[in-house]
Design a protein around this ligand. Sequence first.
Ligand code: GLN
Length: 292
Amino acid sequence: MNGAAVTVARLIHDATVRIADTLGLGRREARIEARALAAHAWQVETAWLIAHDTDIPDLMQTAAFLALLEQRLAGQPVAYLTGMREFYGRRFHVGPDVLIPRPETELLVERALSHLPTGQPLRVLDLGTGSGCIAVTIALERPLAIVTAVDRSPAALALAQRNASALKAAVRFLQSDWFAALAGEHFDLIVGNPPYVAADDPHLGRGDVRFEPLAALAAGHDGFGDLRRIIRDAPAHLAPGGWLWLEHGFEQAELTRRLLQEACMQHVQTLQDAARLPRISGGQASEKFTAN
Ligand code: GLN
């Protein structure tokens, strides 16, 4: 930078090209990222950037933007740099202690809502809540639902609590290794997006995933370590007729369904995400209460 007057449009354009070239992203995606970084660096809305594209940011502003850009070029996910990610139309705080909310997880929320008629105080459990995006969204979409969210990580719980407070969602948070702290409790609906990637999956070494908490992603040699435990223990925590829905990898639907069947769940089924990949599977507990 030689001090020549550089406009907002020019900065964004140059950053777009560098992001696209360095990270192998398409121009469109790279431009969205460049704008998100500039908006965060200057504490403005992205619409402001477009309205002010001939403005000349001062040296401090330019330096703040370029510092963020360098971190992005080194691979840091945009969501960790801006500290925010949108999920189901709301903005959630995120950080390196939690998985970045994915659009495909909105399918899990949609499915959960379909089991929660408005006006009924049903008990919902979110396992491994991370940023809290699933639990908080359900609590806001179904104000009468009684929502509990657990995570093993205190840092994740602190962030989830922060999101619940910021968005004014009533959620009970508990530190728990899956069902460990929930002895004797029953729920009408249990959902979760547990770690499900195989420990040696090369996917873990690419892109944003490299910077995300491994504990939220990897689950044993086959990726089923946590899905197995959850499905084994869930029936003891489901009310009669209650539903369990879990997110899983696109190649894990068949085995997930088999595990659900082995756990005596009924109406076992898989749903596809927007990319037409099998992404969530679920089943219903028997209507008759089988205490165990
Ligand atoms: N879908 C995520 C990924 O592909 C994994 C999320 C998870 O393990 N729960 O990286």
